[in-house]
Ligand binder design. Structure first.
Ligand code: KG4
Ligand code: ZN
Length: 330
């Protein structure tokens, strides 16, 4: 039995998995407070983890019908993420592992998003590509072996895809987190109403979303407040289509350049129906986990921990958080 803990951003998450990777429980305590500020406030996120994490761990154990004494290892997200938030998870995991006398495993958050693909309910093993599109990262990993040692085929040169959704939603006055709200708004709109840029000048499998965000800003400004509000669904649908088209084009290029045809899809943006449909319609052999394993969760951290080693005793005690991606860049 593995207890997994994830606190890299604003969700306090715990999960219990068997050593063969079956998920017995996965609990996500979301911090709704951040929508008041239009984004995640790091200090508030850390303080809420302090309050939420232990009850979330208790619920994960209860839902799995086990007690602390049944645990055989603890897995925890080490980074990248908000350091104050990560430290709450790390301290909790270290305390539990030391108190119970069981091993600790440190997991990279992006490795978690890749490993979530194994929870899709279909047989999957390397080699495969994985499009990770979240609020903090957007990259295409070429996974040739189990574990976090993938090569990066393409990565964003500015914003992440989830960030593009969030910023677009803010420009359209939709609130936070923007992805699901913009997706909902887009359902009533025409994706061809506005012609937003698809980063044509960016070669290969790299992404760029900063120009897209700026063109939405200009479109809204040019329309004026009343028209922009009246045409909000069209703006949302066209903006979403530009993001999805770019994801589809880069994944297609990555498949062509690597010859790897199976593509897993992880991170919060993988919860987006239009992105799933777009990739499938382009003929991509897509593997996508259920939505609850696309957005941040601890089950993916537990699943990833099957591919990393136990930390030696001393290293477990001195384990520190890291804030920036070690593998996402080049
Ligand atoms: O993976 P995740 O939960 O956290 C990070 O690691 O960043 O991803 C969160 C991101 C946010 O930017 C959110 O707006 C986006 O994923 N997201 C979506 C959807 N659900 C979440 N974007 C588009 N459509 C969605 N349905
Ligand atoms: Zn994430």
């Amino acid at each position: 039995m593995i207890l997994a803990i994830e606190t890299s951003c604003d969700d306090s998450c715990a999960a219990v998995l068997t050593s063969s990777g079956d998920v017995l429980s996965s609990v996500v305590g979301s911090q709704v407070i951040h929508d008041l500020y239009g984004g995640v406030v790091p200090e508030i996120a850390a303080r809420h983890h302090l309050e939420l994490l232990l009850p979330v761990v208790e619920r994960a154990l209860a839902e799995a019908s086990i007690g602390l004494a049944d645990l055989e290892s603890v897995a925890v997200t080490q980074g990248p993420g908000l350091v104050g938030a990560l430290l709450v998870g790390l301290a909790t995991a270290k305390g539990l592992a030391a108190g119970l006398g069981i091993p600790l495993r440190a997991v990279d958050h992006l490795h978690g998003h890749v490993a979530a693909s194994y929870l899709a309910g279909v047989p999957l093993e390397p080699p495969f590509l994985c499009l990770v599109a979240s609020g903090g990262h957007t990259l295409i990993a070429n996974v040739q072996e189990p574990g976090p040692n993938w090569s990066v085929v393409g990565t964003t040169i500015d914003d992440a895809a989830g960030e593009a959704f969030d910023k677009g939603a803010r420009i359209l006055g939709l609130g936070y987190p923007g992805g699901p709200l913009l997706e909902e708004q887009a359902k009533a709109g025409d994706p061809d109403a506005f012609d937003f840029p698809r980063a044509k000048g960016v070669a290969g499998a790299d992404f760029s979303f900063a120009g897209l965000k700026t063109s939405l800003l200009y479109a809204v400004r040019d329309l004026g407040e009343a028209d922009a509000t009246a045409r909000r669904a069209d703006l949302a649908a066209s903006y979403q289509a530009a993001i999805v088209d770019q994801l589809v084009e880069r994944v297609t290029r990555a498949v062509d350049s690597t010859g790897v045809s199976v593509v897993a899809f992880g991170g919060g943006v993988a919860a987006n129906s239009s992105a799933r449909l777009g990739l499938t319609a382009a003929g991509i052999k897509l593997v996508v986990p259920p939505r609850k394993y696309c957005t941040d969760n601890a089950a993916m951290i537990g699943r990833a921990s099957l591919e990393v080693q136990d930390l030696p005793h001393d290293a477990a005690f001195s384990l520190d958080a890291y804030s920036t991606a070690t593998r996402a860049g080049r």
